[in-house]
Write a protein that binds this ligand. Sequence first.
Ligand SMILES: Nc1ncnc2c1ncn2[C@@H]1O[C@H](COP(=O)(O)OP(=O)(O)OP(=O)(O)O)[C@@H](O)[C@H]1O
Ligand SMILES: [Mg+2]
Length: 362
Amino acid sequence: MTPRLQTDGLVRHLGGRPVVDGISLSVPAGQVTCLLGPSGCGKSTTLRIIAGVDRQDAGSVSLNGRVVSDDARHLPPERRGVGLMFQDFALFPHLTVAQNIGFGLPRDGVSTARVEELLKRVDLVGYGAKHPHELSGGEQQRVALARALAPRPGIMLMDEPFSGLDNRLRDEIRDATLSVLKEEGTAVLLVTHEPDEAMRMADEIALMRAGRIVQKAAPYNIYNAPVDRAAAAFFSDINTLTGTVRGALTQTPFGQFLAPGLPDGTEVDIVFRPQHVRIDFDRGGKGPAPTPLEGTPARGTVQRARFMGKESLVEFLMDDGVSLVTATVPAVFLPHPGTVMWLSIRRERCFVFPRKSTELAA
Ligand SMILES: Nc1ncnc2c1ncn2[C@@H]1O[C@H](COP(=O)(O)OP(=O)(O)OP(=O)(O)O)[C@@H](O)[C@H]1O
Ligand SMILES: [Mg+2]
C-alpha cells in the first residue's frame, strides 16, 4: 500500500548547520508516528517542511504517492490537503464553535452534518453556538482538533498539540484525540519531546537526535531494544555498569555478560532500567542462588531511599565499592540507609553497548 506520507532524505540547513540531516519517514493510513527527540533536534523543522511552510535544501516529500516537494517543485501548504495542529492552535474568537469547525468547509447541509458529527466525536455536543472565550483550555483544544479534522485530511501533522494543558486534562485529550484519529483512519505525524506521550500515542516512534533518526520502532521495541545508551536513557532513568571485554565477555558485580563481536579491550556500558532490578533480603551473608535468567546476584548497601508515590527509588553502593545501582521498588517498602541487600537483574533486560565518547555527556 502506498504510504500516505513519505519523506526521502530531507535536509535543511539553518544558521549554517544541518538542522535536519537526512530524514526519511513513511506513514501509512491509520498509523500514528511520533517524532520524538530532545529540544532543538529538528522535529518542528521537519514538520514545517512536510507542511510546506518551509522548504528543504535536499530530499523530497510525497503525499498520497505524489511528490509535492523536491528540487523541481514545491506545492504551497494550502494545496497539500494536510491537517495541521500546532501548540498555538488559535481559534477565531469572533466565530462560534460550529463556525470554527466548519471554517474550511463549503456552506451546505453536508458540512453542517459533518460539524455535528465532529462535535460528537470530540464530546462537545451542545457547544456549537458558544464562543471560544466561553470554553476551557481543553475544550478549545478539542475544537481545534475538530477544525483540523473537518475537511477529512488523510494526513495530520501535529506539533506538541497537548503541551499547553495540565496533566490530567492532557491524558484525557490525548486519548480522545487518538480515538478520533484512529476512527478517521488518518495518517498522523506527531511531534513531541516527551517519551511518555510518544509511548502513549504512537504506533511507531522515530527517535531523533541532532537532525537524524537514530531508531525507528514500535514503542515496546524501542523501549526494550534501544540502539544505544542515549536511546535507553531517553525513556527512563538508567543504571550503567562499566566493563572491559575479555574473550567476548565482560566482568561485573553481577557476573559475566556476553559482549559478542567486540574485540578484547573494548570499554562497554552495561545498561539496565531501575524497574528491572530485583531486590532480596540478605540471609546470613547469602543472597538468592544464581539462575541463568537472572545471572549472579550482587550485594549492595542502601545509600538513599526516596519515596516517590507509587514507588520508591533505592540507591545502592555495590560491594565492589564503585558501582552504584538504583532500583525501583513498591512504595510500601522503604529500606533504611545501611541495609544490606542482594540485587539481581534479568539478563534479557540488560543492554551491552560499546562506550562512545560522544555519549558520555548523555
Ligand atoms: N530560522 C532559523 N534560523 C537558524 N536556526 C534555526 C531556525 N529555525 C530553527 N533553528 C534551529 O534549528 C534547530 C532545530 O529547531 P526545531 O525547531 O526544529 O527543534 P525542535 O526539535 O522542534 O525543538 P523543540 O522540542 O524545542 O521544539 C534549533 O537548534 C533551532 O535553534
Ligand atoms: Mg519544536
